[in-house]
Design a protein around this ligand. Structure first.
Ligand code: C5P
Length: 225
C-alpha cells in the first residue's frame, strides 16, 4: 500500500515554558521527536515520513535520523497549515493514504497504529485513534452549567489516517474558510466525510506541560523494559 506519514512538529510549545520547542526535550537519551519518528519507522506500512518543522528551527538538522526515511518540510502558522504544507509537498507523487501523528506523542503503541491502518484500509474510510473519556465532564464557566453524559465522549488521539486527496481538499477548504480546526478529523467532519473511532491506549498522551513530560519519562521507561 502507498501510505506516507506526516508529523507536525512546528509548534513552539509555549505551555512547556522552555526556550526551545518541546519536541526537543529529552526522554532518556533521545528527544521526544526522535522517539516519535523511531516508533513510526517501525510500522511496516509507512513508506516515508514528512516532518513539518518551523523554518527557523535550528535543532532538527542536528538530529541523527539516518535510516529513518524522513524529509523535512516547512511548517505553518497553525497545526493545520503545517499538515497542509506537508501534503502539498507530496503532490508530485501523492500517496493513497496519509497518516498524521503529533510529534508530541512518542508513547503511541505500534500495535495501535497497525490496528488503525487495518481498520481504515478495510473500510476505505478515514479514522482516528481515540480513547473513551474516563472523567465526569462538566460544562460551564465559573459554575457548572451541566454535566455532559460521557457514554458517547471520546478523547481524540493521533495517529489520524485518511485518503490523501480527501484530506488535502478538506484541509484546504477549512483553512480557506477560516474554520477553527485542531485536528485532521475535524476538517473531514466539516465536509461530511465519515471518520471512524478506533479505540487506542489512553497512555498515548500528548506532551504539553512539565507534568506530562515527567509522566512520559516514566511510561517510556516501562515500555522499554
Ligand atoms: O500545540 P499542540 O500540542 O496542540 O500541537 C500539536 C502538534 O502540532 C505538535 O506536535 C506541534 O509541534 C504541531 N504544530 C505544528 N505547527 C504549528 C503548531 C503545532 O506542526 N503551527
Amino acid at each position: 500500500i502507498s501510505l506516507a506519514a506526516v508529523v507536525p512538529a512546528a509548534g513552539v510549545g509555549s505551555r512547556m515554558g522552555l526556550n526551545h520547542p518541546k519536541q526537543y526535550l529529552k526522554i532518556g537519551e533521545k528527544t521526544i521527536l526522535e522517539h516519535t519518528l523511531i516508533k513510526l519507522s517501525k510500522v511496516e506500512h509507512i513508506n516515508h515520513i514528512y516532518v513539518a518543522v518551523s523554518e527557523d528551527d535550528g535543532y532538527f538538522d542536528g538530529l541523527d535520523l539516518t535510516e529513518l526515511n524522513t524529509t523535512r518540510v516547512s511548517g505553518g502558522k497553525e497545526r493545520a497549515d503545517s499538515v497542509l504544507n506537508a501534503l502539498k509537498s507530496m503532490q508530485a507523487h501523492p500517496p493513497e493514504w496519509v497518516l498524521v501523528h503529533d510529534a508530541a506523542r512518542p508513547l503511541v503503541d505500534i500495535k495501535d497504529i497497525e490496528k488503525l491502518i487495518v481498520s481504515c484500509l478495510g473500510t476505505g474510510e478515514g479514522g482516528i485513534l481515540a480513547s473513551k473519556v474516563k472523567d465526569t465532564i462538566k460544562k460551564g464557566d465559573m459554575h457548572i452549567e451541566e454535566t455532559v453524559p460521557r457514554d458517547q465522549l471520546w478523547q481524540a488521539l493521533t495517529p489520524q489516517l485518511f485518503p490523501y486527496q480527501a484530506l488535502l481538499s478538506a484541509l484546504d477548504s477549512a483553512l480557506n474558510e477560516g474554520a477553527m480546526i485542531t485536528d485532521e478529523a475535524s476538517a473531514m467532519e466539516r465536509v461530511g466525510q465519515p471518520v471512524a473511532l478506533v479505540s487506542g491506549r489512553s497512555d498515548n498522551i500528548k506532551i504539553t506541560t512539565p507534568e506530562d513530560h515527567a509522566l512520559a519519562c516514566f511510561l517510556m521507561a516501562q515500555q522499554q523494559k
